[in-house]
Design a protein around this ligand. Structure first.
Ligand SMILES: CC(C)(COP(=O)(O)OP(=O)(O)OC[C@H]1O[C@@H](n2cnc3c(N)ncnc32)[C@H](O)[C@@H]1OP(=O)(O)O)[C@@H](O)C(=O)NCCC(=O)NCCS
Length: 147
């Protein structure tokens, strides 16, 4: 019987993390998802990002960090054949517990406007849709549209 386990993400998980992103429809891989930026993110936010494994296979991911005031979640995903078993909600709970333990009181995340499944998931978990009040602006600081 395969065993489902959870643990914090490390830089050594990067190849499996990228493979999982590549295999997840709707997930966009940016240059910021390369090994060096991910390792820097994990070093700046130790113990905050979490993974789920079915035996040795990576089946879920949720990355979390904060800027000292607000927390942020990124790359929350579950392997398509493992969805609907509470994996993402468990990973999110672990991320939120880690952020709360650092004194973070409020957490934000972005979803694509047309990712309606994700919107339903976040609403089911009790998150507020801020679409009517917040518009995100972004600016790229390098000559790279995939930054
Ligand atoms: C969204 C996603 C992470 C959910 O993963 P999951 O492991 O299946 O989610 P869980 O099993 O933990 O679901 C938690 C709750 O949300 C509900 N839920 C999950 N996906 C849902 C959906 N598409 N529509 C409605 N409810 C949904 C579950 O039914 C469950 O509710 P319950 O507690 O009443 O049983 C997964 O579908 C995924 O990886 N999607 C592609 C990547 C993505 O879009 N990520 C979000 C980017 S912000």
């Amino acid at each position: 019987m395969p065993t489902l386990t959870y643990r914090p993400m490390t830089p050594e998980d990067h190849p499996a993390f990228i493979a999982m992103m590549e295999a997840t429809p709707g997930v966009v891989i940016r240059d910021a998802d390369r090994h060096a930026p991910v390792a820097r993110y994990l070093a700046r936010n130790p113990g905050m990002s979490h993974l789920a494994f079915l035996d040795e296979r990576l089946v879920g991911c949720a990355m979390a960090g904060h800027d000292g005031k607000r927390g942020y979640l990124q790359h929350v995903m579950t392997a398509p054949d493992m969805r609907g078993q509470g994996i993402a909600s468990t990973l999110v709970d672990r991320c939120l517990a880690a952020l709360a333990s650092e004194g973070i009181d409020k957490v934000h995340l972005d979803t694509l406007h047309d990712n309606h499944d994700a919107h339903r998931f976040w609403e089911r978990l009790g998150w507020s849709n801020r679409n009517a009040e917040i518009v995100r602006f972004s600016r790229i600081l390098v000559d790279n549209p995939n930054a």
